[in-house]
Design a protein around this ligand. Structure first.
Ligand code: PHE
Length: 332
């Protein structure tokens, strides 16, 4: 009798192993454990047996069914993991596709400009300083020789922050307040650049953005002249732009420099683009920074970083820089 069931198990094992998917396995399970199965039938007829035989066969049947269940379970697990493996294989992403030259990420063109200029000035012996984007009225205007109510304050469409007294706190409209912060913290001689983000309530167009970037420079030393200023600007713009660019200085006005000039640049005979302002540091500004104007002189300039990038790469619309279109940014 035992041998019959051994044989049954042997056959069942073959059928289970041959089931190549879960559906086939389910059928085999019904055949081996369902109502019509050999063991179920035999159980049904146990009542006809003598008690001794009944117990013996009962044990054999239970054992057999347990083994059948185990074999079915093992096969089911195996099929399950095969299916999962296949799914994983199908859903796998081929990441090597992205590892091709220009598809590697890189810094934004404005960041590249920022870092390139920092390198250039560090090479000329300058340090790099930073100041806060939310400024007080004193650093952004007062210390820069814009008295309260001075009409020159209207040169900037200032965004004020609701903090403290009305109009006492603002988003800095230029990087020039960092000049004051540097003078407050460091003793001359000062050779420093101050790149940063600035804000004006401007409508975006091809040459303006309400949020943009400037790079400020401040030099304070003995015997500094306008010639040093012009030479420094010439040196860094030709190092940054190369030979095809021309530049010009135009007389201008800023309360914090005297004399003042504006700096324009153009590419091989094209349209002039204003890059920024410059001038000799006004004596009142040196005083506001805690320095004696009889002893120290200096120059300063502040240029639009974004416009520098625009000119260098011959991009004709500033807004393109900030649309975050990968196809555009990937070119630089
Ligand atoms: N801060 C001025 C501006 O944003 C530029 C400037 C900087 C002019 C330094 C002179 C000296 O317009």
């Amino acid at each position: 009798m035992n041998q019959d069931y051994d044989l049954h198990l042997e056959e069942a094992k073959g059928k289970i192993e041959e089931s190549s998917d879960l559906e086939a396995l389910k059928k085999v399970e019904v055949e081996l454990l369902g109502k019509q199965s050999l063991t179920a039938q035999a159980k049904g007829s146990l009542g006809e047996l003598e008690p001794e035989e009944r117990r013996e066969l009962g044990l054999v049947l239970n054992e057999t069914r347990t083994k059948l269940e185990e074999m079915l379970e093992a096969r089911k697990n195996k099929l399950d993991s095969e299916i999962r493996g296949e799914q994983l294989e199908n859903e796998r992403l081929d990441l090597t596709e992205f590892d091709q030259g220009h598809r590697l990420g890189h810094r934004h063109v404005v960041t590249q400009t920022w870092e390139r200029l920092e390198d250039l000035f560090i090479g000329m012996g300058y340090t790099v300083s930073e100041g806060p984007e939310i400024e007080d009225e004193w650093h952004n205007f007062g210390a820069l020789n814009f008295p309260l109510g001075h009409p020159a304050r209207d040169m900037y469409d200032t965004l004020y922050v609701e903090y403290g007294d009305p109009m006492s706190t603002l988003l800095r409209t230029h990087t020039s307040p960092v000049q004051i912060r540097v003078m407050e913290e460091e003793d001359p001689p000062i050779y420093s650049i101050m790149p940063g983000r600035v804000f004006r309530s401007d409508t975006a167009d091809s040459t303006h953005m309400p949020v943009f970037h400037q790079i400020e420079a401040l030099v304070v030393d003995k015997g500094i002249t306008f010639g040093d200023l012009a030479g420094t600007i010439e040196t860094f713009t030709s190092a940054y732009f190369g030979k095809d660019f021309e530049s010009r200085l135009r007389p201008s006005y800023f309360p914090f420099t005297e004399p003042s000039a504006e700096f324009d640049i153009r590419h091989s005979g094209g349209k002039w683009l204003e890059l920024g302002g410059c001038g000799m540091v006004h004596p009142e500004v040196l005083k506001a920074g805690g320095l004696d104007p009889e002893e120290w002189q200096g120059f300063a300039f502040g240029f639009g970083l974004d416009r520098l990038a625009l000119m260098r790469h011959e991009i004709d619309d500033l807004r393109e820089l900030f649309r975050n279109d990968y196809r555009f940014l990937a070119q630089f």
